[in-house]
Design a binder for this molecule. Structure first.
Ligand SMILES: [Zn+2]
Length: 85
């Protein structure tokens, strides 16, 4: 596998995805990244998944869930399981 200025490999995209989401790529890297995305549905799906995962983790670490909120979530969960059993 040779590294050229041309097409980016899926493996390379995977390695760069966190930098891309953090806005840390250089402009040429970013352009190649987006060019690959435009041509590769697998990597588009991967990026969507990563964005979702990192977004969720980021929110949780930013502010912890209050006891009231957790209690509410638990009651919703209990009501849901009661309905579906
Ligand atoms: Zn790809």
């Amino acid at each position: 596998m040779s590294k050229t200025d041309g097409e980016m490999a899926c493996r390379e995209l995977v390695e760069l995805v966190t930098d891309y989401l953090d806005g840390r790529l250089t402009v040429p890297e970013r352009l190649r990244f987006e060019a690959h995305l435009a041509a590769c549905s697998g990597c588009r799906a991967y990026l969507g998944q990563m964005r979702l995962t990192l977004g969720v983790l980021g929110r949780i670490s930013e502010r912890t869930i209050s006891p009231e909120a957790r209690e509410r979530l638990l009651s919703v969960y209990r009501a849901w399981t009661a309905q579906h059993n």
